[in-house]
Design a protein around this ligand. Sequence first.
Ligand code: ZN
Length: 376
Amino acid sequence: MVKISSQFDAGNIQVVSAEQPSDIQLLIKHDTQSEFYQWFYFRVQGAADEALTLRFLNAQGAAYPDGWPDYRAAASYDRREWFRVPTRYTEAGELVVEHTPEQGSIYYAYFAPYSYEQHLDLVAAAQQSERCEVLDIGTTLDGRDINLLKIGDDGAHKKHIWVTARQHPGETMAEWFAEGMLGRLLDETDPLSAKLLEQCIFWVVPNMNPDGSVRGHLRTNAAGINLNREWQSPTLKNSPEVYYVRQKMMDTGVDLYLDIHGDEALPCNFIAGQAGSPSVSEQVLAQEEQFKQDLQRVNPDFQTVRGYEPGKFGPETMTIAGFWVGDYFNCPAMTLEMPFKDYDERPDHLAGWSPERSIQLGSSILNPIADWLVTL
Ligand SMILES: [Zn+2]
């Protein structure tokens, strides 16, 4: 008898039928008070050596149906090592996973999860470094702490570099990225980090949306609000996460901003800068372009050929973090996107795009920041 459960941190699935292992029927649940859904994470027990067919009946209506072709679900026995399993998107609009687990208990997820406990561990570990101060800047609607990590000492003429991750909670690769970046910034044997911290202060929010993360949401917070459309006029009622972070940005100033995300559809890493913003200067656009080239040179998982078309966001443009911050502070402000699928030019058949590669990309981001500093 197969049992399916999702009553844990970030769990999301609704079981329609689990009577036949060869025809398990599932629905992905909506984010609370929202139409968005795509994140799933659940446990299957009692199916060792059983050929499972898992049908996601409502895949077609997900937030990004373009995310399903060429996508493979992530699976894990120990919740540490995640591997990809055979997955197809049918003409009928179902996502179908076909897999025979080797062990009696297995987890399936949209991408390797990054749990709230892991998040708290990341923040606690960062505090062990003398370089880092953990600031509490507010509380979410569900009562969780909004933590901001300040890395580097105060000083006149220091540049303020802001990095936010996981406004969209289902984009867990963003927090893996933050972990990689923090690991390098706090590594006292890393000469580049030491040099950067002589000139900069890093302000890092490793998880902008802890409520959505725990609730198993793809895209919104506890009130069903997409935080990355709140930057023009955030409210304490709907979007305290953005409200407090924005306020703190206004206190410190921002010289460079990176907002870290995952993209459902595109099988590559890319940066969307402020091209298409009505107010951005040629000078800032040139800095963003150089930043991308520098990142590509240091990490071949990054590319600059594919990405979003300028103007993609239309009238919503200035409500988006990257555009609002860039406009308000007149600085480079970029949205970095990693794939849920894989980077198709450098595929990893076993793991797809993975926590490990997200961590590596996060570590690499310090190089283009250093390159940018010398041009100022
Ligand atoms: Zn996103």
